[in-house]
Write a protein that binds this ligand. Structure first.
Ligand code: GLA
Length: 333
């Protein structure tokens, strides 16, 4: 009965269903995107390196293609990740002589970037992951040691949000991070959110990346994390969901043998997660997977850069829905 029903339509009353894509997906995944998704995230095309690989050359073509596709198909757009430790070419942090940029120069670049991107997309995107992954994973330090932190100081975070609000007042602004359901990381993220709010940063949402494995998710942790973030009065988006079949620390190549049980665990985890997202749909507005189907996923090159196959998404290589989608759809009808 549900075979012909769109995932996005079935979930209309709960939240948007999104996919993070590159222009390649517009060619090979256009049909599945149009049928099942209601939100799009450009995966790299709005990062500094995507929009401005060198200081004096702006490259809007790929971001434009994605934003236009979304608009033509009535989808929302989540702009993604300018202020991040990755996705930034060295020139951003250097002066004309190749020395480390001064604080003033880096702040000026942050402002120019925000102004230009907001000027072009501020009326066409609805949400923006303004700062990505600013948390230190190890030890007691809360903030990751990045060039943004080193050159500007911890105010770089609030400044990024204030500039985004100034130039893109209609866009809802997010802080975005990974492993957010794990208690230790959750507590650090809460410290960061508190710091941002105390400094008057106009952060309006938290993006729960949700790069998961069939082995590292306790569904009660997911609920507790949602409650902790919602307590800040923020809107919540799941921004980068995928479910690896390997343990996070498994870097074996040739890969660990896959079994039916691993696919069953994956199906159950997706079903359980969607139940949690429905149960918390008063605060969860959007659920995005990082990719569309198993034929294109960043997990072919992470954590091993060796083209190891993985099958983390909700659609098979041939773009047909995995069987558990039927259950996820029926639960929403
Ligand atoms: C992180 C970033 C994304 C992307 C993915 C993997 O989670 O937020 O922008 O780079 O990793 O590709």
């Amino acid at each position: 009965m549900s075979d012909n029903i769109s995932l996005a339509k079935a979930y209309e009353k709960y939240f948007k269903i999104g996919a993070a894509i590159s222009p390649a997906d517009l060619v090979c995944h256009a049909n599945v995107l149009k049928k099942h998704f209601s939100s799009i995230t450009p995966e790299n095309q709005m990062k500094y390196a995507g929009l401005r690989p060198v200081e004096n050359r702006w490259t809007f073509t790929d971001a434009d293609l994605i934003v236009n596709f979304a608009r033509e198909n009535g989808m929302e757009v989540r702009a993604h990740a300018p202020v991040w430790h990755g996705g930034t070419r060295p020139w951003v942090f250097e002066d004309a002589d190749g020395n480390e940029a001064s604080r003033e120069l880096l702040l000026e670049r942050m402002e120019t970037q925000t102004q230009v991107v907001a000027g072009r997309y501020g009326e066409r995107v609805q949400h923006w992951d303004v700062v990505n992954e600013a948390i230190e994973d190890h030890g007691d330090a809360v903030l990751r040691d990045t060039k943004w932190l080193k050159i500007i100081g911890p105010e770089y975070l609030a400044t990024a949000f204030k500039l985004a609000k100034k130039y893109a007042p209609k866009v809802q602004l997010f802080y975005n991070d990974y492993n957010e359901w794990l208690p230790e990381k959750r507590d650090k993220i809460c410290k960061l959110l508190k710091m941002l709010q105390d400094e008057g940063a106009p952060v309006e949402g938290f993006g729960m990346q949700s790069h998961m494995s069939i082995y590292n998710v306790d569904i009660d942790d997911v609920k507790r994390a949602i409650e902790a973030y919602a307590a800040f009065g923020l809107r919540l988006h799941v921004t980068e969901l995928d479910v690896s079949l390997f343990r996070p620390e498994d870097v074996s190549m040739p890969p660990t043998l896959l079994t039916d049980e691993m696919f069953e665990r994956q199906a159950q985890l997706y079903i359980d997660l969607f139940k949690v997202y429905r149960d918390y749909s008063d605060v969860v507005d959007s659920v995005t997977t990082w990719g569309v189907a198993d034929d294109i996923t960043w997990l072919y090159n992470f954590p091993v850069r060796a083209g190891r196959r993985n099958y983390p998404l909700m659609f098979y290589h041939d773009h047909t829905p995995k069987p558990f989608i039927r259950e996820i759809i029926e639960a929403a009808l």
